[in-house]
Design a binder for this molecule. Sequence first.
Ligand code: MTE
Ligand code: MO
Length: 199
Amino acid sequence: MDDVIISPDTRRANRIPPGQSQTVKWPVLDAFGPPDLDASRWTLTLTRLVNQEVSFDWEQFLALPRVKVHSDFHCVTRWSRLDNLWEGVSTRHLVELAGGVKPECTHVLAHGYDGSWTTNLPIGDFLAADALVALTHDGEPLTLEHGAPARLVVPLLYAWKSAKWLRALEFLSADRAGFWERNGYHMHGDPWTEERFGW
Ligand SMILES: Nc1nc2c(c(=O)[nH]1)N[C@H]1C(S)=C(S)[C@@H](COP(=O)(O)O)O[C@H]1N2
Ligand SMILES: [Mo]
């Protein structure tokens, strides 16, 4: 766990994607504000097209092996925060604990505790080597406003795919639009090709 996984995009000569500006502070952005949630009432479930559905409560989640990831974070509202250090459980390990995904699985829908907020992503991006369910950021436990107790982090996509207050990961055999995607955001969300809106 001492080795830090370095997101490939942090090695680019120009780390700021087109149309973005660097921010040093870390803005808070979400649709509905934080849910009424704390670790004692948090669980994470992996469901549908996995070989074994699995759920973790906070204590079980804390016992899992962790990774650290150094990555940049690009919000579609045009700010980019460089050099974030995340620590948590890799998405690959979580899927292993669920016995792997079924062969027909192509996409994941991530569900937040904030009402019915969801976001969709391809299984390949979800299982990138630098994707994780994070508990800490820059060495501190996540604050509620940034997604505590645990949030998804997928550095290679715009930040709206990094679901805060993560409740469930639903593995699907077809793409299904999440909350912002139904409201016009891109189904994929690659910051380098500005997949912001429309699909
Ligand atoms: N559950 C949930 N996760 C969410 C959101 C949300 O509304 N609900 N907003 C997304 C958006 S639009 C962005 S830009 C990032 C912002 O993360 P931050 O508030 O930690 O900067 O969270 C994403 N994750
Ligand atoms: Mo966003």
